[in-house]
Design a binder for this molecule. Structure first.
Ligand code: COA
Length: 299
């Protein structure tokens, strides 16, 4: 049994919330923080001069907590490490809420592991400790996203821009699917995740019934489908979705997700080893803009 499992098992939900901070290693294990980032995280935890900045970020997360984004998260700061400290502080509350809602420990751990993943991505991109994607992680610390196997699902209301006659009405509850960088996207894993989502949300949130999964991604830009093998994992994933007919400029999204850079001035230095890399670069060379396109599938 891992250390964090022991802690989760030993504490009642209220105790977990009251315990305000876990011991450092337990917290870092729960958030799957790499060795390379632990010393910096420990220094951040030990700071006491940042309370004035951290408290409003914690309060913003608490206000939105459990509302599935009906109350959007205010941004009293845009300082990534202030948000990270707030996430550390909110972790016991996430655990407590998850236990009260019978969310399996595995789902809690897989969901929170995105913190370590994104710290590692930031380090890879910038060469130093940081959290470029702090805004993304506010999903996790307001308990509106769950990792179920290979995919993550955020429960949210459909906006008027993605209405589909007879399928999605504005205000319907839908599941927005997200693809973490965690290995191949095989059709079998995708099937498992979608099956898990159907059961999980019906069981845990029957008051928010969902039958539609939406995806908004540069991967759904039709430009890509013509340039990856039809039988590829990416091709098969994209073809599951029916286009909604709504898209917006993705600017550097495709570049960031494939190359982890947003620097448009050095495209000629980037590798062209795979069909995905070549497709992303080709669009920039044509002077076109990658689109973040929307699609849906029925659960
Ligand atoms: C999307 C993702 C899961 C696809 O992985 P996969 O299952 O390995 O994809 P496929 O097997 O279908 O690969 C198709 C082609 O793309 C290439 N490829 C896949 N992911 C790649 C990556 N991150 N960088 C460069 N090339 C990649 C493969 O090598 C293959 O190339 P080939 O046709 O020349 O052989 C993976 O790219 C990933 O984790 N991306 C980061 C997360 C992300 O983009 N999320 C979406 C955010 S909107």
């Amino acid at each position: 049994m891992t250390r964090e499992q022991r802690i989760l098992d030993q504490l009642t939900p209220r105790e977990a919330a009251r315990a305000v901070t876990y011991d450092e290693n337990t917290l870092f294990d729960l958030l799957a923080i790499d060795e390379a980032d632990r010393a910096d995280c420990a220094r951040l935890l030990a700071r006491s001069d940042d309370e004035v900045q951290v408290a409003p970020a914690v309060a913003a997360l608490r206000r939105s907590f459990g509302s599935f984004n009906e109350i959007t998260v205010d941004e009293p700061t845009q300082e990534p490490l202030v948000w990270l400290k707030a996430f550390f502080e909110l972790t016991p509350q996430v655990v407590e809420w998850s236990r009260e809602n019978d969310i399996p420990d595995q789902v809690v751990r897989d969901t929170l592991a995105d913190v370590g993943r994104h710290l590692a991505i930031s380090r890879r991109v910038t060469g130093e400790f940081g959290l470029q994607t702090w805004r993304w992680l506010t999903h996790h610390f307001t308990v509106r996203i769950f990792a179920l196997g290979r995919l993550q699902f955020a429960l949210q209301r459909a906006t008027p821009t993605i209405v589909v006659d007879g399928v999605i009405a504005a205000g319907d509850w839908v599941l927005a699917v997200h693809i973490p960088e965690s290995g191949p996207l095989t059709p079998a894993l995708v099937d498992e995740s979608l099956d898990a989502a159907k059961t999980f949300f019906a069981e845990h949130f029957p008051e928010h019934p969902v039958s539609v999964v939406t995806c908004d991604s540069w991967m759904l830009d039709p430009f890509l489908l013509d340039r990856v093998a039809p039988e590829s994992n990416v091709g098969s994933f994209v073809r599951r979705f029916t286009p909604i007919g709504h898209s917006s400029d993705g600017h550097t999204d495709a570049l960031y997700f494939v190359f982890r850079t947003r620097d448009l001035t050095r495209l000629d230095e980037l590798p062209r080893d795979t069909s995905l890399q070549r497709a992303v670069l080709e669009r920039f060379e044509l002077g076109e803009t990658w689109q973040v396109a929307w699609g849906y599938l029925l659960l």
